[in-house]
Design a protein around this ligand. Structure first.
Ligand SMILES: NC(=O)c1ccc[n+]([C@@H]2O[C@H](COP(=O)([O-])OP(=O)(O)OC[C@H]3O[C@@H](n4cnc5c(N)ncnc54)[C@H](O)[C@@H]3O)[C@@H](O)[C@H]2O)c1
Length: 252
């Protein structure tokens, strides 16, 4: 266990690839027993292998991270296997990708899907773990927002709205749970090199990259390190905050 880490267990949603995988690897490297959850069976197995090969502790569940019944059953199963869950990383989410469009051309189906996986899933996962965190009197919830919540990216209105929702939810939860030793924070990534970026239209990606003052896309480990900081005792006096990790694309 790294000196700064008090949590012993964590659930990381959508952890078969990308930012979720990097975060799970980072937490496991600091001694946290990690519960992986994703729909991608092969990706889950690869994340678990990477963690085990490095000497970490990991278990994984195949589940739709947006389905309430699967959220509840996965939290129960993970608790049985790992013991009390002490941290949750709400990572599941995603933009419309190749279906991105100006709002007047966007389908209701895509709008609902994006808001469901970015915002509603974050709320439902948090609700499912909160009783355990409150009982323990210590715990961490870290949700993955996006700098789109602040920048308001073109053709991504439902995504920007959903991620801004994560920012507001984080603040409300932080206040609501503050007397139970639970820190609730968010990380807002800028453009990070994952498969999600490959699904963006080339002009959207080019615009995003050109707007980064530090001059390059981020790596998944940039986000993983920020999440681990928020999950650690180093951040015990931080709550309700959204830390933007985006090479300066949005400054506030
Ligand atoms: N990559 C970026 O530039 C960037 C920027 C800002 C925010 N984000 C956010 O970071 C998070 C992770 O994005 P990423 O770039 O790592 O994406 P990714 O495409 O690399 O990985 C997404 C993972 O989510 C899983 N997944 C998707 N829907 C699921 C569901 N319903 N149930 C279970 N698993 C599901 C996929 O199987 C995959 O393993 C998302 O919330 C995204 O909005 C990413």
């Amino acid at each position: 266990m790294s000196e700064r880490m008090r949590i012993k267990t964590a659930i990381v949603t959508a952890s078969a690839n990308g930012l979720g995988r990097a975060t799970a690897i980072q937490l496991a490297s600091e001694g946290v027993h990690v519960a992986l959850v994703d729909m991608d069976e092969a990706g889950l197995a690869e994340t678990a292998r990477l963690i085990r090969d490095a000497g970490g502790a990991v278990d994984s569940w195949i589940a739709d991270c947006t389905a309430e019944s699967e959220i509840i059953s996965t939290v129960a199963a993970a608790t049985k296997m790992l013991g009390p869950i002490e941290a949750l990383v709400n990572n599941v989410g995603g933009s419309a990708g190749k279906d991105a469009a100006p709002l007047h051309e966007q389908s209701a189906e895509v709008i609902m899907k994006v808001i469901n996986q970015c915002l509603i899933a974050t709320i439902l996962w948090s609700r499912a773990v909160l009783p355990q965190l409150r009982e323990a009197g210590y715990g961490k919830i870290v949700s993955i927002a996006s700098d789109a919540a602040f920048a308001g990216d073109t053709n991504m209105s439902e995504y920007s709205a959903a991620k801004a929702g994560v920012v507001g939810f984080t603040r409300a939860m932080a206040r609501e749970q503050s007397t139970f030793g639970i820190n609730v924070n968010a990380i807002a990534p800028g453009p990070i090199r994952t498969a999600a970026l490959d699904r963006l239209a080339p002009d959207v990606l080019a615009r995003a990259e050109a707007g980064i003052p530090l001059g390059h896309l981020g790596q998944p480990s940039d986000i993983a390190k920020a999440v681990a900081f928020m999950a650690s005792t180093d951040a015990d006096f931080i709550t309700g905050q959204t830390l933007i990790v985006g090479g300066g694309r949005w400054m506030h």
